[in-house]
Design a protein around this ligand. Structure first.
Ligand code: BTN
Length: 257
């Protein structure tokens, strides 16, 4: 069962929001909806109690019941080719940063490549985008966003979590936040639609965690190395300068220390 909400502040993002009291995974619900009909562009599936959240790299996304936002948006960005799909991830990560900066007074809100959202060195939000590709471009996209809001105790398995409450000492109203998230994402999607690619790419770099800073990373064998992030390749790989060489890394080939 869900409650249907209609957001008045947006043109399409979250305009239709299906708010579930409990849900296994909002990405899974979005996928089931898509297999049955064509939900309106920007339809949001929202819950504050997600019990089997999916994370990146096959991980689970843990969230205490009633404390956080778990939302998935459905988009049909056919105008983005398969080769350029990282642009969508960049635009969404920027929208989530815009949103978090409205509540957390910090210059330290950053995107950790590819699209984790950090405050300082702690993760406050995660994004899982699942695209269905056709010859013409991205046929549909499920944009899953998990944001730690009022949770203060986290599973020990998680490396460095934080939340709105941990950063500010305040409690937040989840439905109000969810509506504002839609309003923050929409201009970034519209910029994407208007082909403002260079703007999105530059903004992404300007918000990128450890950009142009020398740091230690681990390779896929767990061996540490020193390098400096100097950019993003067109397909979304991370470009790291190691000594005098520029090396490209895919998701599984590098981890941050
Ligand atoms: C990550 O591993 O950092 C990505 C986490 C993404 C979690 C969100 S919560 C809403 C949506 N539904 C899911 O099952 N996963 C995403």
């Amino acid at each position: 069962m869900y409650t249907l909400l209609s957001h008045s502040r947006t043109i399409f993002m979250g305009k239709e929001t299906r708010c579930y009291e409990h849900a296994t995974s909002t990405n899974e619900i979005a996928s089931i909806l898509l297999s049955n009909f064509r939900p309106a562009e920007g339809t949001a599936i929202l819950t504050f109690d997600q019990t089997a959240g999916k994370g990146q790299r096959g991980n689970t996304w843990l969230s205490e019941a009633g404390k956080n936002i778990a939302v998935s948006y459905i988009l049909y960005p056919l105008f983005i080719s398969a080769a350029k799909q990282f642009l969508l991830a960049q635009a969404i990560a920027l929208g989530v940063c815009d949103f978090i900066r409205q509540y957390i007074d910090s210059n330290e809100v950053r995107i950790k490549w590819p699209n984790d959202i950090y405050v300082g060195s702690k993760k406050i939000a995660g994004i899982l985008i699942e695209n269905t590709i056709s010859n013409a471009g991205i046929k549909n996209s499920i944009i899953g966003i998990g944001i730690n809001v009022n949770q203060t105790n986290f599973d020990n398995k998680l490396l460095n979590p934080t939340s709105f409450t941990k950063e500010t000492g305040k409690e937040f109203n989840l439905p109000g936040l969810a509506e504002n998230l839609s309003a923050c994402l929409e201009p970034r999607i519209l910029a994407l639609k208007a082909q403002k690619t260079a703007l999105i790419e530059t903004d992404y770099l300007n918000n990128l965690y450890k950009y142009q800073q020398s740091a230690t990373y681990l390779d896929s064998d767990g061996i540490p190395f020193e390098g400096t992030i100097i950019g993003i390749a067109p397909g979304g790989k991370l470009i790291v300068q190691i000594k005098d060489k520029n090396c490209l890394f895919d998701l599984k080939e590098i981890s941050f220390c």
